[in-house]
Design a protein around this ligand. Sequence first.
Ligand code: FAD
Length: 427
Amino acid sequence: MLNDPRSHGLWEKTAPPPPLTRPLDGDVLADVVVVGGGYTGLSSALHLAEAGIKVVLLEANEIGFGGAGRNVGLINAGMWVMPEDLPGVLGPVYGERLLELLGEAPKLVMALIEKHRIACELERNGTLHCAVGPEGLKEIEERARQWGKRGAPVIVLDADETARRVGSSAYAGALLDMRAGTLQPLAYVRGLAHAGSKAGVVIHTGSRVTATEKNGGRWIVRTAGGNVSADWIIVATDAYSTGHWEQVRNEQVHLPYFNFATVPLGDHLRKSVLPGREGAWDTKDILSSFRMDQAGRLVFGSVGALRNTGLAIHKNWARRSLRKLFPQLGDIAFESEWYGKIGMTDNALPRFHRFAPNVVGFSGYNGRGIAPGTVFGKILSDHILGRVFEADLPLPLTDPSEPGFRALKEMWYEAGAQAAHFVGARR
Ligand SMILES: Cc1cc2nc3c(=O)[nH]c(=O)nc-3n(C[C@H](O)[C@H](O)[C@H](O)COP(=O)(O)OP(=O)(O)OC[C@H]3O[C@@H](n4cnc5c(N)ncnc54)[C@H](O)[C@@H]3O)c2cc1C
């Protein structure tokens, strides 16, 4: 995308094309304007259009330009926060509501993929949260206990079974979550765009929203090429927010995250590395993630930005780490590399904002936006359709607020990841 091989990497090479779209040109009328062509925007637009609502979606760049086209593709159930901590952070009502909704969220993703026949390499084989040492094991055992109390299909695998499933003896155990899975993230969001177009959503790419104003009880949403007049605006711009809703981006601390994809593994290696194709990540503070794509490429990622000195440092570290984790791979070549910005909030939970009357949005998924973005998009649609009142949403209404020392924290994440990987590559 934008001729940058490090923006969307492997996903750009292997995703089916998006629907044909053009920038907005002239003035149009709609019931709802959706701003942002990621999971949140496209899920809300699709569900609204299916209910007979006239929707125009405005995307500043291309479909999937933001996190949706750059991520690891893990369809997670729940957030990073421990299940039993959620009611403490959000209060019992919102805490339980959010837990239940996010625990079930992968089901909606999988149902949409099936319903709209989206070709996006869906794997329903669960995810493995791999324990590093006794501390990591304690963490996943506690997570399993808390989810288990809620009837979730999660179990702790011992070190031998983990080694068999991962293809590495590096871990003390793993939490297998059978609600979760993996997909090709850009293919999924492009598939949602095709489904939305078929349902009647009018999508304009290359159409950055620069301003909004009220005119005779309706909203006028402005872009360089034209304006949309509508009753409602959905703001679905999240970490890649530019232009009119800078406060969405400013509420988050950006954590850079990169991925390298190897060339496709041969048959014998595919039988040894993640033979069950679960998505995986570990319990380290600076975590690593790994998963297979459909063609048998291993996608390996961690915290850091592939720019300036970071490119060489993270690449060396990734080579060295892969050799240690999976010695059977030898000196396997990388075929693609890319990175993106994960939007972190101060309590690691997403946000619901009403920016003005009839202007609403969810954001701040903390690296877990595939299932939550899809499900929150549907909830925004239900809210506008009058099926869910504001008080019944899964998150309380909050005002965007900027965390202290945001710029410093972002520099620290980028530089800290480089320092850790520089040292790690030498051990
Ligand atoms: C490297 C990386 C790895 C990740 N791994 C995972 C993972 O494995 N699993 C998971 O669940 N989540 C993961 N995430 C998080 C996930 O990708 C995001 O949470 C998700 O993409 C958020 O979806 P969204 O639709 O809200 O926003 P986005 O997908 O970011 O889409 C927002 C869109 O809004 C557009 N936009 C911004 N401003 C304007 C404007 N003014 N006018 C018009 N359009 C505008 C942008 O161009 C962008 O396309 C990861 C993220 C990154 C970056």
